[in-house]
Design a binder for this molecule. Structure first.
Ligand code: PRP
Ligand code: URA
Length: 206
């Protein structure tokens, strides 16, 4: 299942990250603010439980996240979304998966993995700006689903229908939350209209 966010404030930020003339600081800060939108929506899908809280006036019922949460940015571009997720969900732990897509075969190669311990109460949130062919995301989800967990959510800035379809087929139980759903991939495996290469635009390696 996929949720595509909407809203005018969000659309304005998405136009900014698409714009090829946005400078690195403008691009990064728009990614940060879109990340806040994604993190707030993601938080609505975390397991929760009731608590009782006593105000100066009376005792009432509140709601808190149930179980622990591990946020997993896919290196390197996923780092651009980490800070907004930590801002909205401050008590999470963070795991890292390093993947690089071969630009000819479009297949990802893993170069780094470091994940905190999980258990049957754990929700994993995998963050990556771009869901293109879905190869990087499906490889990450495949290794996470072998670990103890309760729920897995994938959060992306821009997704292609091809990537959404791949995750729906390989991991039908994973909820995808995306800020935009674009038209298609081009022959080079880039999202159209997209924003170009997210990692290069975040880190200046054009
Ligand atoms: C980009 C992006 C995703 C992947 C998406 O990363 O951040 O991880 O490509 O493409 P896919 O859905 O076809 O797998 P890239 O491999 O370029 O590495 P980077 O984050 O280091 O730039
Ligand atoms: N990776 C990116 O950074 N952008 C795309 O459009 C596809 C893969």
């Amino acid at each position: 299942m996929a949720i595509v966010l909407s809203g005018t404030a969000l659309s304005a930020e998405i136009a900014t990250i698409r714009d090829r003339s946005s400078t690195i600081d403008v691009f990064r800060s728009a990614v940060y603010r879109i990340g806040l939108h994604l993190a707030v929506e993601t938080s609505r899908h975390l397991p929760s439980r009731e608590i009782h809280v006593t105000t100066p006036i009376e005792t009432t019922v509140g709601e808190v996240i149930d179980g622990n949460v591990i946020v997993v940015p896919i290196l390197r571009a996923g780092l651009g979304l980490l800070d907004p997720f930590l801002k909205i969900c401050p008590n999470v732990t963070v795991g890292f998966i390093g993947l690089k897509r071969n630009e000819e075969t479009l297949k990802p190669t893993e170069y780094y993995r470091n994940l905190p311990p999980s258990d049957s109460s754990t929700t994993f949130i995998v963050i990556d700006p771009m869901l293109a062919t879905g190869g990087s995301m499906t490889a990450t989800l495949a290794l996470i689903r072998e670990l103890p967990h309760r729920k897995i959510i994938a959060a992306c800035l821009i997704s292609a229908p091809e990537g959404i379809g791949r995750i729906a087929q390989d991991h039908p139980d994973v909820l995808i939350i995306t800020a935009a759903l674009d038209r298609q991939l081009n022959n080079d495996g880039y999202i159209v209209p997209g924003l170009g290469d997210a990692g290069d635009r975040l880190f200046g390696t054009l």
